[in-house]
Design a protein around this ligand. Sequence first.
Ligand code: KIV
Ligand code: NA
Length: 275
Amino acid sequence: MKNTVTSLQRQKNEGDKITMLTCYDYSMAKLMDEAGINMLLIGDSLGQVVLGYEDTLSVTMEDMIHHTRAVSRGASNAFVLADLPFMSYQTSIYDAVSNAGRLLKEGRAHGVKLEGGVKVCPQIKAIVDASIPVCAHIGLTPQSVNAFGGFKIQGKTEEAAKQLIEDAKAVEAAGAFIVVLEGVPAKLAELVSKEISIPTIGIGAGASCDGQVLVYQDMLTIFSDFTPKFVKQFADVGGMMQQAFQDYITEVKEGKFPAEEHSYSISDDIIDRLY
Ligand code: KIV
Ligand code: NA
């Protein structure tokens, strides 16, 4: 069954948890889609886990469109959500709408995600008015790493907690259909999830959110430069890959690979005449 803005809202209403994973290419999109994931996020975490930057700030619209197209081709049922990268929507309402449009027109995403609460509500409203579903992202918003002075948990003080609730209500009122809560105390995320009617998707925000998201390289132990507390390593796929790479190297060096079943044949007569 296709996942849509209406089916995702129904999941919240019925208490059926929404599942989201980041995804950056076609093969992985097919695997996740066939596993039954509700939403695929082409996150700007692309900057770290695919492109090797230390943060998300250098990711461009071209990077996002390129990977969004690849994921869209592999997604049959999942809702494809693409991040608006740093400086693609902060600069003006016009930039926000036109770049959101590119992620749908060129990337074939179904919706876009942007970071911020009250401050980006004019952008959210304008994008929604252009008939583009918007996911807001509040709490620890990685594009603000320099303003925060590092990747820090948000909403710990009473003032910050009130601000988070205000941000959640504001993005809902601006028309966002869903909101990611990142790096927020679990009890605060629970309260926010009750206070607003659109679904909340948590990452480092406890089990009471209406859904969860993880970066797939984190959950598969493929990326381990840095592993936040909120990551659960569901499998050591990185370790399996490394073992397979070592086996390949060994077999090539020992002449065990390729074997006859991996090779093409020609009649011996022809070869004899060539000698
Ligand atoms: O870019 C990303 O991967 C994200 C998720 C962590 C929500 O924004
Ligand atoms: Na992101």
